[in-house]
Design a protein around this ligand. Structure first.
Ligand code: BG6
Length: 529
């Protein structure tokens, strides 16, 4: 959250936040640190309390003791002891089974006590930090005991986090079950990518700057590349990942968020539905892939052994809880088209995978060549000189690449970068990515949350891929080495169109060496890093 936002933002509404699955990782890694940051920014109400609910045998005292011990491990900066004590004084725990009605009665009593102690005005915010099989059950039980009711100005909201189903039918079923108890306005579907500063900045960048919009269309843009690369493997999540794979785990949610924010039309206001309508339009405009398109325009991969940060690492099939003959994909590359006026014929290439060469998420906008190559006799590394990269993580920022004359008595062109760097220009923030989302939920602002129709449209768009891949199991896995940029077929996907994936890292190095060669270009407002 930026300083400006904090300066004008109202304090979050009073409420009790109930965390289901409170003993899990999310509470200590993200939720509590995010709440601490909100408190430090003056955005958390004094009338606030947390009730943790989980199966683990604990009580309020032992839960507080556990968090007290763990918070030091997960906070990336020292927490004021007084502020931490403020939290400890308002954290409670209820032990129980999610199926057990008696546990919900205990929960209800605990909420009532917290409400009385901290004056939370009867507002309730349930955070379901549990696996998706429990979403409907918990909501149903909450409904039965009256913990989803909104009356006399009190609000109740429920946050659920992906996966929202595992295909279109299961997503529709889940939405149906949630809506039997809750209204759409009460449901906040989190995609944690929308908590990232640079993702939120995409809208500001596009819609608060007049110089961008005239270029943002098929006339000037050749294609768009969206990359979400991870250097880590499947870690301890083998069992889950075996049932998901890279496509379901990353594409209909995180990658489609980046896609829709890049491609959407300007909304008529910053109201939640105005923004989400425009995002949904893009999902509906995605060209439906035929089985033939799936064969030509999608690539799947699975990592073999290789290295990560110079250390030897095992193949996916040798990871814990993974079948030694697994055909689950850990990499996917897709070429998609958006059937609308702005993007006709502009391909969007998406790729994501685990154990790739580098952890990096970015959107690269490749502009067309100049209509006439005036400098065609002048050597230049890449004639497609203009590219803009929105660096989502790490090293958040935006860079523009363009050609410049290398100083000297002969005409020589160099490629240079002009950069906006979040940390340099705004200072480092301690954000976990959850602050804004928790705050918005307390304020009832659903702009950064997914609506049911968006979730379903995302699944519908990848359904043809799921079907074809299921019918034709992958052959030749593993097909890329850990520490590489994925299978060669992903490169071929681009090469067939006369294009290439951006050489992440290398290109920055090239720009730096051009910068050394063009030392004199540096002056006020220097163009290179
Ligand atoms: C999660 C996926 O939703 O996003 C993980 O389930 C993935 O497999 C993670 O590692 C990536 O998130 P981030 O914020 O590290 O890019």
């Amino acid at each position: 959250m930026t300083q400006n936002q904090t300066d004008t933002a109202p304090i979050g509404s009073p409420c009790v936040m109930v965390i289901f699955g409170a003993s899990g990782d999310l509470t200590k890694r993200k939720l509590i640190p995010a709440l601490i940051n909100l408190k430090q920014e003056g955005l958390l109400s004094e009338q606030f309390a947390i009730v943790g609910f989980a199966f683990d045998q604990m009580n309020t005292d032992s839960f507080r003791a556990l968090l007290n011990e763990e918070i030091t491990k997960f906070e990336d900066h020292p927490v004021d002891p007084k502020l931490w004590q403020w939290f400890l004084d308002r954290i409670y725990y209820v032990q129980g089974d999610f199926k057990d009605p008696a546990a919900y009665q205990r929960l209800k009593d605990q909420i009532a006590e917290a409400d009385k102690n901290h004056g939370t005005q009867g507002n309730l915010f349930h955070y379901l930090a549990v696996s998706f099989e429990f979403f409907s059950l918990i909501v149903q039980k909450l409904g039965e005991i009256g913990l989803t009711k909104e009356e006399n100005g009190k609000w109740t909201r429920v946050i659920v986090e992906k996966p929202f189903g595992h295909d279109l039918a299961s997503a529709q079923q889940l939405n149906k079950e949630l809506k039997e108890i809750l209204t759409e306005k009460q449901i906040f579907r989190i995609d944690h990518y929308l908590g990232k500063e640079t993702v939120q900045n995409l809208m500001v960048f596009r819609f608060a700057n007049s110089m961008i919009e005239p270029l943002w269309n098929r006339t000037y843009i050749d294609h768009v590349q969206i990359t979400a690369a991870e250097s880590v493997g499947v870690e301890h999540r083998g069992a889950f990942y075996e049932t998901a794979g890279a496509l379901k785990d990353m594409v209909p949610n995180h990658l489609f968020q980046l896609l829709t924010l890049t491609a959407m039309e300007p909304p008529i206001s910053f109201e939640p539905d105005a923004v989400r309508d425009k995002q949904a339009e893009i999902l509906h405009a995605l060209q439906i892939l035929t089985p033939e398109d799936v064969l030509h325009n999608t690539v799947r991969g699975q990592y073999g052994e290789g290295s990560e940060d110079g250390q030897k690492v095992p193949a996916y099939r040798n990871e814990p809880n993974v079948s030694p003959t697994s055909n689950t994909e850990t990499f996917v590359a897709l070429k998609l088209k958006i059937d609308n006026w702005r993007w006709g014929d502009v391909p969007f290439y998406l790729r994501t995978g685990k154990r790739l060469a580098k952890r990096v998420t970015e959107i690269a906008i490749q502009f067309r060549r100049t209509p006439f190559m005036l400098f065609r006799k002048t050597p230049i590394k890449d004639p497609r000189t203009n590219r803009m990269v929105i660096h989502i993580q790490p090293d958040e920022g935006i860079s523009w690449r363009f050609a410049a004359k290398v100083p000297g008595s002969v005409m020589k062109l160099g490629l240079v970068n002009m950069d906006f760097d979040y940390a340099r220009d705004f200072g480092k923030s301690h954000s976990t990515g959850y602050e804004r989302l928790l705050y918005d939920c307390m304020m009832g602002d659903a702009t950064l949350f997914q609506r049911a129709d968006m979730v379903e449209a995302g699944w519908a768009a990848i359904e043809p891929i799921i079907d074809v891949w299921k019918a034709l199991p992958a052959r030749g896995f593993p097909n890329y080495a850990s520490g590489s940029w994925g299978p060669k077929e992903a490169d071929e996907l681009m090469q067939r169109d006369g294009r290439a994936w951006r050489k992440i890292g290398e290109e920055e190095e090239d720009a730096k060496s051009s910068a050394t060669a063009t030392e004199n270009l540096k002056g006020p407002g220097a163009m290179t890093k």
